[in-house]
Design a protein around this ligand. Sequence first.
Ligand code: CP
Length: 361
Amino acid sequence: MPIGTVDDSLKLDNSEKRFTDTMTQSSLTVSTSDPLSPALAGLPIPRTHWRHKHLLGLEDLSAEEITYLLDCAEALHRATNQGRTKLDLLRGRTIANLFFENSTRTKNSFSLAAKRLGADTVEFSSSGSSVAKGETFIDTAKTIEAMIVDAVVVRHSSPGTPHLLAKHLNCSVLNAGDGPHEHPTQGLLDILTIRQHRGSLAGLTVALVGDIAHSRTARSNIWGLLKLGAKVIVCGPATLVSKNWEKLGVEVEHNLDKILHRCDVLNLLRIQFERQAIRPFPSVHEYMLLYAMNKERIERSKEDILIMAPGPINRGVELTPEVADGPHSVILEQVTNGIAIRMAALWLMLNAQSPTQATAS
Ligand code: CP
């Protein structure tokens, strides 16, 4: 898939069909032999064969695969003593972080996750690299791969970039955010955080609020949440939340105050000013009046509502500081869960088995 071809924000022509296909995939093969490393023996991880070499998006994973990934993340979190100790599950392997866009959470947590599993890391940022001398994206990626890396984690402003790399490289590719398309590990860590608080996603109502149009986090959350049985509402100004989203199976609402009482979780998405050619609302102040979570809106919400944000947050725009730092907020838990999810993602993708291997064992 060449860079830019996923740009049509929803890919609505065939996404419904692919979504249905994913929902009807059969369960993972369960093996009687244990493919897990001895370091994880005895942990409550189901003995399944992981078949995906790449993590490109949650659209591609079944409900069983997402659940397995979440279970692995929790097991690895426990096995590393909440991240205080290291395992050697990826000793001798090298992970390259290829970031062509800024990042604080994703880049550092992928790096920490790799190190906690015993891998070496290569940290590449486009700024300060030979990209400035005219080296192409593919040449850059192939150059990094030639340093004998086993996986690349890529973030890029162009949708489809990880898919392109998966075609050109031999190693595993993990999507760390491709433009407004998908951000699968963010979706997974959001879902893990909800599961930890509520036990299950089934039957919960989760609202994604804000800049849905430009949000890769929204897309990954929608795929994952729907597959695990949650109801999803997308809410924001009509200029940022098109009616077309209904085709993905979500409810569209433009008035936050109308849905507040029904929501178990609010995930407040950042207004991505940097991806907008024209400001989609008259003023930031007006947006804040209509959509910012504040103390008064918390009082009109369910008593146990979870307030989430993928970050970075614009304090005072998507939510007020008293809500961001208040008792309902799980924003920093999301960050902590990012390391566990990324450990699981790296470990699984680097131990993917082809269907032939799975059958043989
Ligand atoms: N949520 C997220 O992707 O944050 P970063 O841009 O800091 O990685």
